[in-house]
Design a protein around this ligand. Structure first.
Ligand SMILES: CSCCC(=O)C(=O)COP(=O)(O)O
Ligand SMILES: [Mg+2]
Length: 234
């Protein structure tokens, strides 16, 4: 059981496997990309797509080919840039709404959410490089139903900042409550640089070591608390 009232969770490598993002979500996006861009470059471009395309640099928006190559390369390189993340969320919406995409969260996550939100009166927030829209879709369409009722707020690189910058965690703490003691917030992530940034902001932070995550060094294990699931936190 934890003492912190506020929990802030990373997504990829923490509540779901990296393979779900790399082997399911990204391929879905890359497969849908040609059709999405063709519609944008057609004689009747969908108005709701326009702002997502406008966010890319004007020099690459000049033709289908240059925009396609630019976005494909960013995706393959797993660049955490906000315009790419926003477009991915736009494209994934259809997959989630048709049932083609379902988020397979680790089994302990469902159990922990239930306990934290219904019994223990913890407030759960999400902080991911994926866009807020993409985060909401992921939690609304899990293999065990919609978890969004238990989530108090969502943070991404647009409304909070990059995840390796301590200033982002200060922004989030202020959004949670201006009166919050940073020690009362626990951040869980697979990424050691994010854990370091959160701790610099005064938060408690644990590394989550899930199957398929990047290996941790001995120094990481000495410097930080490492957990393999959420069972010890409920
Ligand atoms: C919620 S969107 C899917 C995951 C994603 O695109 C991503 O970049 C996740 O990064 P995280 O910060 O959750 O490790
Ligand atoms: Mg992660």
């Amino acid at each position: 059981m934890i003492s912190q009232k506020y929990l802030v969770l990373d997504i990829e490598g923490t509540v779901c496997a990296i393979s779900f993002v790399k082997d399911v979500l990204f391929p879905y996006f890359l497969e849908a990309l040609p059709d999405t861009l063709s519609r944008h470059f057609s004689s009747r471009p969908p108005p709701d797509l326009q702002p997502y395309i406008d966010a890319f640099p004007p020099t690459v928006r000049t033709s289908y080919d240059s925009l396609y190559t630019y976005i494909r390369d960013l995706t393959i390189a797993d660049q955490k840039v906000s315009e790419l993340k926003a477009l991915q969320g736009y494209v994934w919406r259809k997959g989630y709404e048709t049932g083609e995409l379902k988020s397979p969260l680790f089994p302990d996550v469902y159990k922990a959410f239930d306990k934290w939100t219904s019994h223990h009166k913890r407030s759960v927030f999400i902080y991911s490089s994926g866009s807020v829209d993409a985060q909401i879709l992921l939690f609304a369409h899990t293999e065990h139903g919609d978890l969004t009722k238990g989530i108090m707020g969502y943070f991404d690189t647009v409304n909070a900042g990059i995840k390796t910058d301590p200033a982002s965690y200060i922004t989030i703490a202020n959004e949670i409550s201006l009166k919050v003691d940073p020690k009362d917030i626990l951040f869980l992530s697979d990424n050691v640089k994010e854990i370091v940034a959160a701790k610099e902001a005064g938060w408690e932070a644990y590394i989550v070591e899930r199957p398929g995550n990047a290996p941790l060094s001995e120094e990481d294990r000495i410097a930080h608390k490492v957990i393999q699931n959420f069972d010890s936190l409920i």
